[in-house]
Structure formats: C-alpha cells, structure tokens
Ligand binder design. Structure first.
Ligand code: NAD
Length: 355
C-alpha cells in the first residue's frame, strides 16, 4: 500500500510523463482570475489542467488539492505549517503565488517538506502606486464626500476644504518597484520626498527634491506617509503608538502594502486624538476575514474595522491596488510561465526561499 502511494506521488511529481497536462489547483478563485489565467494558458499553449476552487486554501480546505502537484494561491490563503504538511502528504510539490508578497507562506517548512514556492516578482508597479496616489487625492480633496453630496443635489462646499499637494513633504517607506513609481508621481505634484529603505534605490535620489533620511526623520517631517515595504517580522506594526507619537500633527497615512504593517488600534487612537488627520488604506490587518467577498448582507463582527470605517477622514478600499487589466495580464503570464518552468524542470527564476 505504502509502495503504491510512493509510486503515485512520484508519478504526480513527474508531470510531463506521458505528456499529461500538469494539474494545478487554483484557490481563492474569482471570475477575473479564471478569465486571465485561462486566456494565458491558451495563448501560451501551456495547456496546464487548471482546476478552479472558490475556497480559500487553509487546513480545512487543503484536501481539495489531493492529487495536484501544483497549487496556485493568493494573498490571504493560509500556507502555514498545518496546510503545508497536508499538501505535502498529498503530493503537492509546487506552490505558485499569484502575487508579489509571500508573508502568508512558511518558507522554512515548505523547504523542509520539499515544496518549492514561486511568486510573481514583478507586475505593473503602476497599478499599486497609482492607487496610493488615488487614495491621497480622495483624502486631501475629500472627493468621496463630494461625490455623495453632489448625487444628493447638495452643492455646498462647507466641509470639503482641502490642501495643495504642491510643496508638501511625502515620506516613502520602501523605495522598491512600487515605492519608486509612487515617488516619481508625487515628484510630479511638486512634493518634497523623504525616502527610507534598508536597500536604497539610486533612482530615488535622482528625483527632484528627494533624499534618503532615517525613519525617525521621516516620521517627524512628513505631511503624508506612504508604506511600500514588505511585511516581515521586523516591519510588523511599523506604524504603532510610539511611531505615531513622532509624526506631525494632522499627518496623512497611506497603506497599500500589507495590513499588518499597521497597528490599527493605535491608528484609531491617533485619529481620535487628531494626531492623525487622514487615513487611506487598501490593506487591513484582519482582511482575510473580510476582503474579496460580498458581505453586504451580513453583520460584520470585526469591531475595530467598523470603528475605523466610521471616521469621516478614513478611506478604505478592499485590496484592489493590483486590480488593473495590465497587472492581471502580467500576473497571469508569469504564473503560467512559473507552472511551465516547474513542469519542464527549468530553473525557477521566480522562486522564493527562506533566507
Ligand atoms: P519591492 O521588493 O520592489 O520593494 C520593496 C522595498 O522595500 C525594497 O526596496 C526593500 O529594500 C524595502 N524594504 C525591505 N525591508 C524594509 C524595511 N524594513 N524598511 C523599509 N524598506 C524595506 O516590492 P514592490 O513590488 O515595490 O512591492 C512593495 C509591497 O507592496 C509588497 O511587499 C506588497 O506587500 C505590496 N503590494 C500590494 C499590492 C496591493 O494590491 N495593494 C499589490 C502588490 C504589492
């Protein structure tokens, strides 16, 4: 029996055997994932056997992937130890993230279990950078309030007073692909740019009015702070009670990166004390229980989220920074190529490993 199981698992890992298409279990599928992945699978002639599941991958749903050498996942799928152990015992050898961030995968356990992890290292960085700018413009000109007001035939301007971005100081935490594009756009508004990164980007300093500073200085001098660094243990709750205390009064906080970079309860206290003047977020600490689903007829149990929503100077979008035609095209192309590289035994150029 054990011999048969081993034979079956090795058969599943040598997926080109007999020219059978490689089976891929695609989790957290939405209609747009299916559309873009199926199109690319056809155009590229990769012809993988894509099986789409609506369910989020977590220990309770991992059995759906039984017999699949590859699984494809998104930002809120749970690839902790328990899920990985189930996947490994069922023969999965490849996890393909259709996103850049990989904070939801226990890379060490994956390596120990012989599972390779690949991601989409790069896709339109303009999508997220432009979304961050969109949040800033929503907030500084109160466009979300103006839109609702005019629809209600209320043409008064009281309460809509904004401020010019020109000459304001914008702090950019993480000046990689997205942070750099964001900085470029803000430079176009005539802003002063303060950057912080553990690996400075020479292109950032080439921008007009841009300089690298310490985090302390960035907190102290910025009118707008936008987060573009990954979520690592050292960046968890980078925005907290202590760092907020160092910021300018009335600061605008923008987070399009990862929810757990921000201690939401500390931000709520900052809003209540009026230390924080504006908050624009596309990501939220506990978003895995909320985002990507229509919960409009259910009672939301997350009191922190509900309280945050209730403030007039907070704009929340539900992790849609990546959601442009261009980005989804790029994501599908890289994801299908990642499957093909694995299937054909090519080097995995987009592999992520535990450092
Ligand atoms: P990137 O790797 O090109 O850039 C990240 C930058 O952060 C790098 O320059 C890196 O050196 C820097 N960094 C690392 N640790 C840091 C630290 N402790 N402090 C400051 N900077 C640090 O990644 P990217 O493509 O620009 O993406 C940035 C982040 O955006 C991703 O990690 C992801 O979490 C988020 N993202 C969000 C969406 C969305 O839809 N909202 C989509 C894609 C990516």
């Amino acid at each position: 029996m054990i011999f048969l199981k081993i034979l079956l698992l090795s058969y599943q890992s040598v997926v080109t055997f007999n020219n059978l298409p490689m089976k891929v279990a695609v989790f957290s599928t939405k209609s747009y994932d299916r559309r873009f992945l199926e199109l690319e699978n056809t155009i590229s002639k990769a012809n993988h056997e894509l099986v789409f599941f609506d369910a989020r991958l977590q220990p309770q749903t991992a059995s759906l992937a039984a017999g699949f050498p590859a699984v494809c996942v998104f930002v809120n799928d749970d690839l902790g130890t328990e899920t990985l152990e189930i996947l490994a015992s069922q023969g999965t050898k490849l996890i393909a993230l259709r996103c850049t961030g990989f904070n939801n995968v226990n890379l060490k356990t994956a390596a120990e279990l012989g599972i390779k992890v690949v991601r989409v290292t790069e896709y339109s960085p303009y999508a997220v950078a432009e979304h961050a700018v969109g949040l800033i413009l929503m907030l500084n000109r109160k466009l979300y309030r103006a839109y609702n007001r005019v629809r209600d035939d209320n043409f008064a301007l009281d309460g809509l007073l904004g401020f010019d971005l020109h000459n304001r100081t914008v702090g950019v935490v993480g000046t990689g692909k997205i942070g750099q594009i964001f900085a470029q756009i803000m430079a176009g508004f005539g802003c002063h740019l303060l950057g912080y990164d553990v690996y400075p980007n020479p292109n950032f300093e080439k921008l007009e009015n841009a300089e690298y500073v310490s985090l302390e200085e960035l907190w102290k001098r910025s009118d707008v702070i936008s987060l573009h660094c990954p979520l690592f243990p050292e960046t968890h709750h980078l925005i907290n009670q202590e760092t907020i205390a160092k910021m300018k009064s009335g600061v605008m906080l923008i987070n399009t990166s990862r929810g757990k970079l921000v201690d939401t309860k500390a931000v709520i206290e900052g809003i209540k004390s009026e230390k924080i003047g504006y908050v624009g977020i596309d990501v939220y600490e506990e978003e895995d229980k909320l985002f990507f689903e229509d919960l409009s007829t259910t009672i939301i149990q997350d009191d922190t989220f509900q309280l945050l929503q209730s403030f007039p100077n907070v704009v929340i979008t539900a992790h849609q920074g990546f959601f442009t035609e261009n980005a989804l095209d790029d994501i599908a192309r890289t994801t299908i190529a990642n499957f093909s590289d694995f299937e054909q035994g090519n080097p995995l150029t987009n592999q992520v490993t535990a450092s």
